[in-house]
Write a protein that binds this ligand. Structure first.
Ligand code: SAM
Length: 310
């Protein structure tokens, strides 16, 4: 069994090539989506918060060890040309010399590319196996980065205002409360600092995977509470993890209330007009799966805005 199945304390800090997990023992075995078969794991009957974290940590450890596409480290070629493989369009002045936090960004890809591009990188993740990939890749390429094993809503081991940029790939779906995450990010960013985050869109989490007679249908209420029903066989969900729907008011309003101004919003394109019904690209023609938000930390949190029903 790989080390990622060993219990690991939360809140542990490591550096490239050292730490609680031996990176050489965590090797993805397959790198193609078609080769990845999800494990059979049903959600636990009750989900107090610690149980959610434990469940998701195991799920991601498992994905890292089994070579899930989302746990695919940067290739040698990509590390040689980091700027050609990073989207820096929202990062004014590039990343060289900037203090960057890759939040929930383990897996040996983003952290390593940003470090290769000259950034001072810290990567936070819940999964020891995902972080082991970051350390393994950093050691292989002679790069420095810091890894921290913790949950995204507890960054208490980090000093206030210690980052210029926080980058968060799709991951807020793994915690029930996005508000706590936003407040932690606001605390560790310098005033004027940039927070670029990507999230699963609520409609995508509500809608059926396959089209029926009337197309894609809303199966989950917008006000659904608790973990979403598990979905297998679609790239818009990670089977084996517990995922949560965050409403637009929480995703966007929550940022403003945590002291950010939103500067831009994008919907990464996964749709293809000629895609066959039942494929991910076809579903994406009707339902964009993700939203990307560019937010900047201001001095003070905005007042809560009135929303219907609040
Ligand atoms: C979509 S992956 C992101 C990294 C991936 N390498 C990529 O290329 O996008 C989501 C990450 O979120 C992490 N994660 C899940 N729940 C978390 C939590 N509560 N706190 C911190 N990280 C978490 C997972 O371990 C996983 O590494």
């Amino acid at each position: 069994m790989p080390d990622c199945d060993e219990p690991q304390p939360f809140n542990s800090v490591g550096a490239a090539g050292i730490g609680g997990v031996d990176p050489s023992r965590v090797r993805p075995t397959a790198t193609h989506a078609a080769q990845f078969a999800p494990t059979e794991r049903e959600p636990p009957a009750s989900q107090p918060f610690a149980a959610i974290l434990t469940h998701n940590r195991r799920g991601w450890d498992d994905m890292a060890c089994r070579g899930h596409p989302l746990a695919r480290p940067a290739s040698e070629e990509e590390v040689r040309e980091p700027l050609a493989n990073l989207d820096l369009s929202w990062i004014d002045g590039g990343v060289s010399g900037k203090r960057i936090l890759c939040l929930a960004g383990g897996g040996g890809r983003q952290s390593v590319l940003y470090a290769a591009a000259g950034a001072d990188v810290t990567v936070v993740d819940l999964s020891p196996a995902m972080l082991a990939l970051d350390r393994q890749m950093a050691a292989r390429h002679g790069l420095n980065l810091r890894t921290i094993l913790t949950t995204m809503h507890d960054l208490s081991m980090l000093a206030p205002e210690c980052f210029d940029v926080v980058l968060q790939p799709v991951s807020t779906c793994y915690v029930p409360d996005v508000k706590a995450v936003y407040h932690q990010v606001a605390r560790v960013l310098v005033p004027g600092g940039l927070y670029i985050s990507q999230h699963k869109q609520p409609t995508s989490l509500q809608a059926s995977v396959q089209p029926g007679m009337r197309g894609y249908e809303l199966e989950v209420p917008y006000y659904h509470a608790g973990p979403l029903p598990p979905v297998q066989g679609s790239p818009h969900r990670e089977y084996g993890t517990l995922e949560f729907l965050h409403r637009w008011e929480e995703l966007l309003g929550g940022l403003c209330r945590a002291g950010f101004v939103i500067e831009d919003v994008a919907e990464p394109l996964h749709a293809r007009a000629d895609a066959a019904p039942g494929t991910f690209a076809h579903r994406c023609m009707y339902i964009p799966p993700y939203v990307r938000i560019k937010a900047r930390r201001t001095g003070s949190p905005a007042k809560r805005v009135w929303v219907p029903g609040s």
